[in-house]
Design a protein around this ligand. Structure first.
Ligand SMILES: [Zn+2]
Length: 243
């Protein structure tokens, strides 16, 4: 049995966490924000009680209906996205993490909505210990990444997902700015995680997500100096400097 009084969450002692988890089980969408405030505030900080909650979250996910399950998987995914790759929690909680991974894998196949799909895909990666992409795929949902040029360092926006996919160095919404078109990778140019994610999205019928991934892992031209660079590498570089 977990001795919650010896654990902590964002508010101090985790004694109240079992009752909070009971309420989350009864109403995952309604209590999700409150649960995250305690176990994963700003979706970027975790506590001993956060990982200790994984076995119960895995239990909720295996018994809940489709929508409830999604909220539970997103909560557990947010917690695991805060665990560094190779952290001991992957071993200590290997059984619930394996269950959460299997249920997320299944949920992805059944999810039609692209927004939900992208967040679940991040959860899947977080249970595998994949760093950065377990929280940076969501730019495909918001439609925008902010990166800097590897040569001239100018800050720019990479806009992906609409009819127009481009790089622009200023606020492209407010003014007429120079936009340079992005260069998506062709199917046979994708490798590694990029290929795996795109193949997966296609197999799940998520054509728009697959198309976004080809742009994310493709190339852009700096609108200021013309340097050609890998979009994904600049997303990773930005994250490593200022997570
Ligand atoms: Zn440049």
């Amino acid at each position: 049995m977990t001795d919650w009084s010896t654990l902590s969450d964002a508010c101090g002692s985790a004694e109240h966490v079992p009752a909070l988890l009971d309420r989350f089980e009864a109403d995952p969408s309604g209590v999700w924000s409150e649960l995250m405030d305690h176990l994963c505030p700003q979706l970027d900080t975790v506590f001993s009680a956060s990982f200790a909650a994984l076995p119960r979250l895995a239990g909720f996910a295996s018994s809940g209906g489709e929508e409830d399950r999604r909220w539970v998987l997103l909560a557990a995914g947010a917690i695991m996205a805060c665990a560094p790759s190779g952290d001991e929690v992957f071993e200590v909680f290997s059984t619930p993490i394996a269950d959460l991974h299997r249920l997320t894998d299944q949920c992805l196949r059944e999810t039609a909505d692209a927004e939900n799909y992208i967040y679940l895909l991040q959860s899947l990666l977080s249970f595998e210990g994949v760093e950065i992409w377990d929280r940076c795929l969501e730019g495909l949902q918001t439609g925008e990444y902010e990166v800097d040029c590897p040569y001239c360092s100018v800050n720019m926006f990479i806009v992906i997902g609409g009819d127009d996919n481009f790089a622009a160095s200023d606020d492209y919404d407010l003014q007429e700015v120079e936009k340079t078109p992005l260069h998506p990778l062709a199917a046979d140019e994708l490798e590694g995680q990029a290929k795996r994610l795109r193949d997966r999205a296609l197999a799940d019928g998520q054509q728009l997500v697959a198309r976004g991934l080809a742009y994310l892992f493709g190339q852009a031209d700096c609108p200021d100096c013309g340097t050609v660079f890998s979009v994904a590498e600049r997303v990773l570089a930005r994250w490593r400097v200022a997570p």
